[in-house]
Design a protein around this ligand. Sequence first.
Ligand code: RIB
Ligand code: CA
Length: 313
Amino acid sequence: MARKIIIDTDPGQDDAVAILLALASPQELDILGVVAVAGNVGLAQNARNALKVVELSGRDDVRVFAGCPRPMMRELVTAEHVHGQSGLDGPDLPEPEIALQQQHGVDFIIETLRSEPEKTVTLCALGPLTNLAMALVKAPDIASRIEEIVLMGGAYFEVGNITPAAEFNIYVDPEAAQTVFQCGAPITMMPLDVTHQMLGTPDRIAAFAALGNRSGMAVAAMLGFSERFDLKKYGGPGAPLHDPCVIAYLLAPQIFEGKTCNVEIETGSALTRGMTVTDYWHVTDRAPNANFIRSGDSDAFFALIAERIARLP
Ligand code: RIB
Ligand code: CA
């Protein structure tokens, strides 16, 4: 029985690879919907990019929704400097023919969680947590109905990427992250601690281009674009590939290792806004609320992605 998931996303090249990985895995994952959120670039562009990625995969059966255009309390911070003006620079993907659903993405999340049997839907969050938090505020009853929230966000031992203290997804909407981490649903988080081990080296990117299909070529072009910023920033053999860790965890949890601990979100300080304060060594009596994934097998990770992308057109 395929696992029912909703993907909440701000595509972003790495989001796009994560979405393609899920779209290529219908035996294991039943994608109930893809919901765009403001983050890497503005909402309208992220939604358009999500449509392009779904269309690239040939999976026109998958519905795409637009969610919130800005964080709950703060001005939107975007990342064109990493992802390009379109948010999905690199491949030249055609204008999408499929259209957005009319329903607001937050209402889609609420309606789906209320209509599906409880604890049978997993929320996969690849961007700022605004949509998930707004759904929880509007419909608190859904918290107990969520099977699991698997999210890319946060950092602890690896420190921040948008400030010295914070990772981008949490930094953009720290109040939303606080709402999600306090909601009581099971949470598995993929912080920079693990995503920075998943480096897209030249050989790994070349393997996507060598697949010979349009999806492989598009993935190679996406990563070939988005790596520029990180290679300059971090040096090293390749740029981190963040969001596909969420989907890879659903497909092959055995390639990751983590530890359940308490994670709180800094929302008061300007200096440490969005920091995921992780009680990794249990030095407080704060209740554990997240499975903090700290490591993974990068060879297995990239092999999985390549094997699945090969299945697409
Ligand atoms: O910090 C990495 C995260 O920020 C990823 O989700 C990437 O897509 C950007 O949104
Ligand atoms: Ca993202």
